[in-house]
Design a protein around this ligand. Structure first.
Ligand SMILES: Cc1cc2nc3c(=O)[nH]c(=O)nc-3n(C[C@H](O)[C@H](O)[C@H](O)COP(=O)(O)OP(=O)(O)OC[C@H]3O[C@@H](n4cnc5c(N)ncnc54)[C@H](O)[C@@H]3O)c2cc1C
Length: 468
């Protein structure tokens, strides 16, 4: 084994949100850092996940606004979507990745392009893009190799008519029809995108509701919105098989007592994610795993103490913001920072960027009732009671909070305009444990969507509010 003469303090496998965040943080804390990436810098989030999907959602939203322009007193003749709607997400992703590359450079992170493998607890090998193999010594190692789309047995993702979220942007045209298998956050967001672009969307979901991890009333609300947009829902159904026909695909679906055949131009498989933990050497080193994910302690250490793991390789909520905080916890612990950050998993906002958006924090009503029984209560207020929501022509949805006897926030769910922004005010309230009868004394500007938080604090505290 011939080692690269440079020895690193920390080597990181993977440059998604978990890996790049740790690289920059560790470098800022004075460590000599190596970051290895086998594909594109920025990982799933920047290249095929958060950033391109949210750019595409913005395109769909603008189209929807234009279609409804008459409501603002603006006449627009026959707007239509062209293939550039698929190009912009990639352009935005390229720009964001370029910014990241210059950040890594500015922070003196040594980036190596290639496939990394754990050789032993203090060394990794990298097969470089030119097929040459190099070895690097490192005091600590962080595994941040992320995840890939889960596939279904017997469904061959051919990237021509059957896609996962990785390839769907290469479609390049708005299909006439699409079957989306799986209606978690990713499936629901694509259902919003395609139905807004006037594709006929069929949603197949094995659970009895779309957004299966959400509060029932949130899931029902989004189901109603998507149905209004023409989506056909097959909940409690699973896909039995797909028959390739010349001009279409025949998707056979079945529930306990019903079968159906759906003719569609293409299929998008969104049935979850699989952690990238095979072929990186963890079995060889005996790193402990559970249910296919790497096991870590609260310092993000694996069963081998100088090897850490963060991000989608862990069985924690698969979000970029969770990856950031796990990377922060690992980095601070590696550097022995006093009062190092732990990850507050009870404070993770869960967001779906449909329109209206959904956002939740803490526990939901059902969980609260199971834990606290009569010692908790739910208060709900509708965006119809919010003046700003009317001015922006988006008064769909509601905010629900669950509080304990002391009016402390146990959880909150929003479905409505800018839910992805509003949820962070509730996160702060929960983090600081401010009771809602104190929040009601805070002066909120008018007209703002945020006023809904003031109104609900009044409702929770005194049972009444002015505008509901
Ligand atoms: C369609 C979609 C939309 C999403 N939208 C959101 C959203 O809006 N908000 C949100 O918070 N989250 C979103 N997510 C989830 C988010 O993208 C992930 O949680 C996040 O990317 C996880 O970061 P990570 O660094 O753990 O892994 P990844 O982003 O998967 O990065 C891992 C990196 O490691 C590299 N790698 C793997 N093996 C090796 C190896 N052996 N050697 C070198 N490099 C290797 C990979 O090439 C990859 O670049 C979305 C995901 C998808 C698929």
């Amino acid at each position: 084994m011939e080692f690269n003469t440079e020895k690193y303090d920390v080597s990181i496998l993977g440059s998604g949100p978990a890996g790049y965040f740790a690289a920059i943080k560790l470098s800022q804390l004075g460590k000599k850092v190596l970051l290895v990436e086998k594909d594109k810098i920025g990982g799933v989030c920047l290249n095929v996940g958060c950033i391109p999907t949210k750019t595409m959602i913005q395109g769909a939203k603008v189209f929807d606004e234009i279609l409804n322009a008459e409501q603002y007193g603006i006449t627009v003749n026959k707007p239509s979507v062209n293939s550039n709607i698929f190009v912009r997400p990639n352009n935005v992703a390229v720009q964001v990745c370029k910014n990241l590359e210059s950040l890594l450079n500015k922070n003196n992170v040594n980036v190596v392009k290639g496939n990394a493998f754990l050789e032993d607890k203090n060394s990794i090998s990298v097969i470089l893009d030119n097929c040459e193999k190099q070895y690097f010594k490192s005091e600590k190692i962080i595994i941040a190799t992320g995840s890939r789309p889960k596939l279904l047995k017997d469904i061959n993702v051919d990237r021509k008519r059957i896609f996962t979220s990785n390839e769907v942007f290469s479609l390049g045209r708005v299909p006439k029809s699409i079957v989306i298998i799986g209606a978690g956050a990713i499936g629901a967001e694509f259902a919003y995108i395609f139905s807004t672009l006037q594709t006929k969307v069929y949603i197949i979901e094995i659970a009895d509701q779309i957004l299966p991890c959400e509060d029932k009333d949130i899931s029902e609300y989004i189901a109603r919105v998507l149905k209004r947009k023409g989506c056909e829902m097959f909940t409690s159904f699973k896909v039995e098989g797909i028959i390739q026909k010349e001009a279409s695909l025949e998707v056979n679906v079945a529930s306990e007592n019903r079968q159906a055949k759906i003719e569609s131009e293409c299929v998008l498989v969104c049935v979850g994610r699989t952690p990238n933990i095979d072929n990186i050497g963890i079995e060889k080193l005996g790193i402990r795993c559970d249910k296919g994910y790497i096991e870590v302690n609260k310092f993000m250490q694996t069963s081998i103490k100088n090897i850490y793991a963060v991000g989608d390789v862990l069985n924690t909520p698969a979000f970029a913001h969770v990856a950031y905080h796990e990377a922060l916890a690992a980095s601070e612990n590696i550097c022995g920072v006093k009062k190092a950050s732990g990850v507050r998993y009870d404070l993770v906002p869960k967001i779906t960027y449909t329109e209206p958006q959904t956002a939740t924090i803490g526990i939901n009503q059902k969980q609260a009732e199971e834990i606290y029984g009569n010692n908790c209560k739910a208060s709900k207020i509708y965006f119809k009671a919010n003046a700003k929501a009317h001015t922006i022509n988006n008064n769909e949805g509601f905010l629900k909070v669950i509080t304990n006897k002391k009016l402390e926030l146990l959880g909150a769910s929003i479905v409505g305009p800018d839910a992805s922004e509003l949820i962070h005010q509730l996160a702060l309230i929960k983090y600081a444990n401010i009771s809602l009868d104190r929040v009601k004394n805070v002066i909120f500007g008018h007209p703002t969507l945020s006023e809904i938080i003031w109104e609900i604090s009044n409702l929770a505290a005194i049972g009444k509010t002015i505008h509901n």
